[in-house]
Design a protein around this ligand. Structure first.
Ligand code: FEO
Length: 170
């Protein structure tokens, strides 16, 4: 029911979102290992959100009668050098995901697939928020990361993040 190229890109995005979940779980494990449990928690919640994104792509394809092919999820390949670098890698990864979403949008636009464009609108907005969140984390780490007391408070704040289901219902 969907254009072949659009369908392929949507199917591919399922894998990319599961990879994001896997990547952020790796980051979460890294921070727990470093004793920064709040950062660990923040990334664990982020991993849950990424899994939700994958499920939304699956649901959208199913709603449109498309066949889904699940592919192998790659091993996370970002070097866990230090606490700040991991945050910078998060922003880089979100910018990459934004480019993927825009690419699907572009394909849908070119075949006047307004339904898919409308579905993707939520993700376009979500990506703006996710890039902003990652950028904020970097800035706050730059401000507070060198002072143990401030870092402890930042870590405690991030530890309070709780998972909530996505606002998009299909
Ligand atoms: Fe599914 Fe972080 O974008």
């Amino acid at each position: 029911m969907l254009d072949k190229k659009v369908s392929e890109l949507l199917n591919n995005q399922i894998n990319k979102e599961f990879y994001s979940a896997y990547l952020y779980l790796d980051f979460s494990n890294y921070y727990y290992d470093q004793g920064l449990d709040g950062f660990g928690n923040w990334f664990k919640v982020q991993a849950q959100e990424e899994r939700d994104h994958a499920m939304l792509f699956i649901q959208y394809m199913q709603n449109n009668g498309e066949k889904i092919e699940l592919n192998a999820v790659d091993k996370p390949d970002v070097a866990l050098t230090d606490a700040k670098t991991v945050l910078e890698e998060t922003l880089k990864h979100e910018q990459y995901v934004t480019s993927l979403i825009h690419n699907i949008y572009d394909a849908a636009y070119s075949v006047k697939d307004f339904r898919t464009m409308q579905f993707l609108d939520w993700f376009v907005k979500e990506q703006g928020e996710e890039e902003n969140n990652a950028d904020n984390l970097i800035k706050r780490f730059e401000l507070f990361g060198d002072d143990p007391k401030s870092l402890y408070m930042l870590d405690s704040e991030l530890g309070a993040r709780v998972y909530t289901a996505p606002s998009l219902v299909l």
